[in-house]
Structures are given as C-alpha cells and as structure tokens.
Design a binder for this molecule. Structure first.
Ligand code: GSH
Length: 216
C-alpha cells in the first residue's frame, strides 16, 4: 500500500513520515505550508478544512489528526510491531498516551504558538502564551512521571508513541520561554534513544544538524 502525506518541515507530519519510514511503506510527500500568512492548496483544504498537516491519503481515502493516523498506520501494518494489539493490556497505555499528547501536550504548544485561537482580543494573547508555557511544564511533567524508570513509554517495548514523544520534544523552544527537554530527564532519555533510529536520522536530518550546531 502506498501513501501520500501532506507535509511541512517542523510540523506533526514529520512524525507520521518517520512512522512510514519505520513501517517501510512507500510514500510520496506533498509539500505544503504551516505559515499562517500563506494560503493552503485547495486540495488540502478539501481533505482537512482546518488547513493543518498531517493529512494522510491512500487510494481514494484520507484522514487527518496525527494521533489517529498513528493508530491507523500501526494497526494496518502490524508486522512493523509499533503498537500493542487490540487484546494486549499495554494497548490501554498506548492509546491513553497518544490522546494525552494530542489533546493536552499539543494544546499547550498551540496556546503558545497560536494564542489568537484561544483568546478574544490581541491584548489577551501574551497571557495565553504565558499560560501555554506553564501548561507545557505541567503536561511534560505528567509524561516524565509516567515514564519513571522505564526504558520506553510502554515499559520495555519500543512503540510509535516513542516516536510521537520525540516529535513533540522538537517543538520545545527555549528561546520562546519553553522548558528544555532536559528538565524532564525520563523524556530526554527516550528522545535521545529515538534520535538514534535511522527513520529519525533521515526525517529530522536538518533539525539534528541544527541541534549539533547549537551544541545541544
Ligand atoms: N490536532 C492536529 C493538529 C495539527 C496541527 O496543529 N498541525 C500544525 C503543524 S504541527 C499546522 O498544520 N499548523 C498550521 C495551521 O494551524 O494552520 C493533529 O494532531 O494532527
């Protein structure tokens, strides 16, 4: 099965691309933008009226929402062993973590990056941004505590949730006042381990080079 992926650098589409690499499925990138000042292609808006990426397309079907795409791809490509099966007790923690990433951690990022979506007047935006930063600290702490001494989010087994975690850490921007990944040592341990995977080396090559140059 081959896929198309609406894609932009720095976006959540990079996590889906890393997943497709892990699976080994053929895919084609459809480059688009996350720049708020630029229009989205009509074809993209027809598939996701929000104008966000990622959008995954296969055959005549498509879907959006990164967490949903993650579950969908893992279930469709069971041989890649990137998620616990439906009757595996670890499935609960897998789903819980992905949904928490999507609706809590990502919302904290959005409150900081897109404050106009959360408040009524421009004057309130700095307050929303500050709250977003505090919320980042709160939500990453929850994840750090959840991981504890475990090797991966699901204990001793690597899963697509670890790729998702890595992707989210790349959005932490200390220059914007965000916490640094190293403030959450368990998160950092997993992010560092995920960094070594060939899929991440390929998809995040520019980001990794930038981190090297920054000495982080
Ligand atoms: N809940 C969506 C959020 C997707 C999202 O916010 N995508 C960002 C890039 S990471 C985007 O497309 N931003 C441009 C915009 O909001 O117009 C998901 O998880 O897929």
């Amino acid at each position: 099965m081959s896929y198309q992926l609406y894609y932009a650098l720095g976006s959540a589409a990079m996590g889906v691309r890393a997943l497709l690499e892990e699976i080994g499925a053929p895919y084609e990138l459809i480059e688009t933008t996350i720049d708020m000042d630029k229009p989205r292609p009509r074809e993209q808006l027809a598939l996701n009226p929000n104008g966000w990426v990622p959008v995954l397309v296969w055959g005549n079907d498509s879907m959006y929402e990164c967490a949903a795409i993650t579950v969908f791809l893992c279930d469709r490509h069971r041989e890649a062993n990137l998620a616990p099966a439906i009757d595996d007790p670890a499935r609960a923690r897998f789903l819980q973590t992905l949904v928490y990433f999507s609706n809590s951690v990502q919302t904290a990022f959005q409150t900081n990056y897109y404050p106009d979506r959360f408040v009524d007047t421009p004057a309130d935006e700095p307050s929303a941004q500050r709250r977003g930063i505090r919320r980042l600290r709160e939500t990453w702490k929850v994840i750090d505590d959840q991981i504890g001494d475990n090797e991966w989010l699901l204990g001793d087994r690597f899963s697509a949730a670890d790729i998702y975690l890595f992707m989210l850490t790349t959005w932490l921007a200390p220059a914007r006042g965000h916490p640094q990944t190293r403030e959450f040592p368990n998160v950092k341990r997993i992010a560092d381990a995920v960094t070594r995977r060939p899929s991440i080396q390929l998809v995040y090559d520019a980001w990794l080079a930038e981190q090297d140059a920054l000495g982080s």
